[in-house]
Design a protein around this ligand. Sequence first.
Ligand SMILES: [Fe+2]
Length: 279
Amino acid sequence: MAVLAIDSYALEVPDIAPGVRFYSDAGLETRVEGNIARFRCVDQSHDSVVLLGGFPRKRLHHIALRAEELDQIALQVPTAGGALTRAPAGFDDDGLWVRDPHGTLIHLVERAAAVEPVPAPAFAINAPGRIVRMRRSAILPASAYVPVKPVKLGHVLLFTPDVATSVRFMTDALGMGLADRAQDVIAFCCARRNSDHHVVAFAKSPGVGFHHGSFQVHDPDAVGRGGRALLQKTGKGSWGFGRHTIGSNFFHYIQDPWGSWFEYYADIDFIDDHSRWTP
Ligand SMILES: [Fe+2]
């Protein structure tokens, strides 16, 4: 086993101020130090998003993945078409920094797993022959809700000119599993044990880059409520509320200040053992 979960992503942006507003509005805790903004999910002890200001345009700087057996990964990276590299300026030389075959920078970090969130009350859905909620409304007055706060970063979707090559690197060098794919257009990689359906996904595009980061909330209502509230604040594009065919997660995407996307999700498929999963 190698990669265990997504840790974070870092974006270069011209100005961090719109990003500070956006991610704060999305429910993440915000910390600004000079021209760097960091964001973390509620009750977590590590950052999920880093914005580096002062760049000419928005661009993916790197993704970070929580992993183990880094010595083994270091041996596998060159033979799988990637390269070991030094930490970029301003970042610690801990863990392992690698570039995939298309040059995308990946930081592998050894870190204890985040504390599991406290479970929310079960999402109660009435169905024919199975009434689990009666004498009360599922929807409360708007004033009864607190703002939605994501509990974790679950996955990122990256652009690549060659989905198959990107996936092969994730499986052969980083020890991930292929969860699902659609032709050569999009593919989804998971950790091999106890993983959300996807942790890193790739979509075909002329170049490399960042499409979206996806943040888990407790249930479908929170997906819809969070998405609607964020859209009202940002006034930009949205896709959702909906449910994916691949991964099964409920989703609502909101466009970020630079044209990439932020996704709230709930109820994604879970793969406890990739050897017993059929993509
Ligand atoms: Fe997603």
